[in-house]
Design a protein. Structure first.
Length: 405
C-alpha cells in the first residue's frame, strides 16, 4: 500500500517535557477517582475527603484525549506514510495492552476461577470493545483498556484528516476549539429517551463521541504550530483550571462540568506547550515529573487490576478498609502500581516500541512558518476512565468479575 505524505513539519524538533509531566497529574486524578468508586476507604469522614478531592478525577480522560490530538499533530513527521504512522502508534500501545490482557485473564481463571467470555476476550484483544454497547463488554477484561479502543480509532482517522487540518483556515480551527465544549453539552439533552446503559456507552465510551476531545486538541496544536494560538499563560491557565475544578465539583451539573473542564484542559495543555517552545521553566518539566509522566501509561493499565486483585484476595472488594487502613491501603496501591508501571515501561513498553516501530527517518530541513522549534512532543498515550460525577454509579469498574465472566 502506498500513501501520500500526511504532514508538513514547520521546524526542527523540540520536546515538550511539560506535557509529559502533566500526564502524571491526570493519571493521578484517575487513580484517586477509582479509589473513591471502589470504596477502598470505609471510614465515612475519610471517604468524604476522597470524594470531594477526586469526584471529577475521571475527567482525566478528557485531558488524555485532548493531549493525544495535540501531541500527534505537533509531532507529525514530514513525508510520513500512513502505514508508518499506524505502525508507530500500535507499537506504542499494544505491547503493554497485550501483556495486561493476558495477565488479567490468567489471574481471573487461575486465581479466582472466573469463567472466560470468549466474545469479550476477543473484542478486548483487538481493542474493539468500545464499539460494543452491550453492558459488561465495553469495560471487560482489563476494564481501563476501553480508552485504547478509542485511541485506535483516533489513530486510524488522523492521517486522513491531517492534510485538511494543515490547509484549514484559522477560523475553522478556532471553531473546532470553541464548538467541542458546546457539543459535549448538546449530547446530554434527550438522554431520557435512551436506556441508562446505552446512554452511558454513547456519551462516555463510544469512540466517535469521545473523538470530539481529540479533535479539540488537534485544532489547538495546529493553531499553536502556526503561531496563532491566543490563550493565557501557564500560570493563568492553571488558576483557571483550579477554579473551574472547584466550582464544577460543587455546583455545576454533570453535562456542564465535562464541557468546562475540556476547555480548561486545552488552555493548560496549549500554555504548557508554548512555555516549552519558548524555553520557559515550568514545574512540570522537572526530571521526576517527566519520569512519572513517562510511566503514566503503564500505571493506568495496571492500577485497577492491582487494586481489585488485592481486595478480592482480602475479601474486602466493595467493603473497604476501616479507619486509617483505608488511606494507607490507597497509598500502598499507588506505590505498588507505580513500581509495576516502572517495570512495564522499562522492560516491555520501551524496547518493544523501538523494535516493532518502523525505522526512523531523518527529518528534512524545516519549511514553512510556525513558532520556534515546534516538532516533536511528549511521548506516551492518553488513557483514563471518563464519565460524569452524577452518573458514577453506572461505572462497572469496581468489580471486573462482571466483565470477565
Amino acid at each position: 500500500m502506498t500513501s501520500a505524505p500526511t504532514v508538513t513539519s514547520p521546524g526542527p524538533p523540540a520536546r515538550l517535557p511539560s506535557l509529559t509531566g502533566l500526564r502524571w497529574i491526570a493519571a493521578l486524578l484517575v487513580f484517586g477517582y477509582h479509589v473513591g468508586t471502589m470504596r477502598i476507604v470505609a471510614e465515612p469522614d475519610y471517604q468524604a475527603v476522597v470524594d470531594w478531592t477526586f469526584s471529577l478525577g475521571l475527567s482525566g480522560v478528557e485531558f488524555f484525549f485532548i493531549l493525544s490530538g495535540f501531541v500527534l499533530v505537533w509531532s507529525a513527521r514530514d513525508g510520513d506514510r500512513r502505514r508508518d504512522f499506524w505502525r508507530r502508534r500500535i507499537a506504542k500501545i499494544y505491547p503493554n495492552h497485550l501483556l495486561m490482557w493476558a495477565v488479567v485473564l490468567a489471574t481471573g481463571v487461575w486465581v479466582f476461577a472466573d469463567p472466560v467470555n470468549l466474545r469479550a476476550a476477543v473484542e478486548n484483544l483487538f481493542l474493539l470493545q468500545a464499539w460494543d454497547p452491550t453492558p459488561g463488554y465495553f469495560y471487560s477484561v482489563n476494564s481501563v483498556s476501553w480508552s485504547l479502543s478509542c485511541e485506535l480509532f483516533f489513530y486510524f482517522c488522523l492521517p486522513f484528516a491531517l492534510p485538511l487540518i494543515r490547509r484549514a483556515r484559522p477560523g475553522a480551527l478556532w471553531a473546532v476549539v470553541v464548538a467541542v465544549p458546546l457539543l459535549i453539552v448538546a449530547l446530554w439533552p434527550g438522554q431520557h429517551l435512551l436506556p441508562t446503559e446505552s446512554t452511558w456507552w454513547f456519551t462516555q465510551v463510544f469512540p466517535v463521541t469521545r473523538s470530539l476531545e481529540f479533535w479539540m486538541g488537534v485544532a489547538a496544536a495546529e493553531l499553536l504550530r502556526r503561531g496563532l494560538w491566543r490563550g493565557p499563560g501557564l500560570t493563568a491557565a492553571s488558576v483557571i483550571f483550579v477554579v473551574t475544578w472547584v466550582v464544577a465539583a460543587q455546583w455545576i451539573p454533570a453535562q456542564l462540568w465535562a464541557a468546562l473542564l475540556a476547555a480548561a484542559y486545552v488552555l493548560v495543555i496549549a500554555a504548557a506547550a508554548d512555555a516549552d517552545v519558548r524555553g520557559v521553566r515550568t514545574p512540570w518539566r522537572s526530571r521526576p515529573m517527566v519520569w512519572l509522566g513517562e510511566v503514566s501509561f503503564a500505571f493506568y493499565l495496571v492500577h485497577v487490576f492491582v487494586m481489585v486483585t488485592v481486595l478480592r484476595l482480602a475479601g474486602r472488594l466493595g467493603v473497604g478498609l476501616p479507619g486509617w487502613w483505608g488511606p494507607l491501603a490507597a497509598l500502598g496501591f499507588l506505590a505498588v502500581g507505580l513500581g509495576l508501571a516502572a517495570l512495564l515501561h522499562r522492560w516491555v513498553e520501551m524496547p518493544l516500541t523501538r523494535r516493532l516501530g518502523p525505522p526512523r527517518r531523518p527529518r528534512p530541513p524545516a519549511t514553512g512558518p510556525g513558532p520556534a522549534a515546534p516538532a516533536a512532543a511528549a511521548s506516551g498515550e492518553p488513557t483514563a476512565v471518563p464519565g460524569p460525577r452524577r452518573a458514577r454509579e453506572h461505572v462497572p469498574v469496581a468489580d471486573p468479575r462482571r466483565t470477565v465472566a
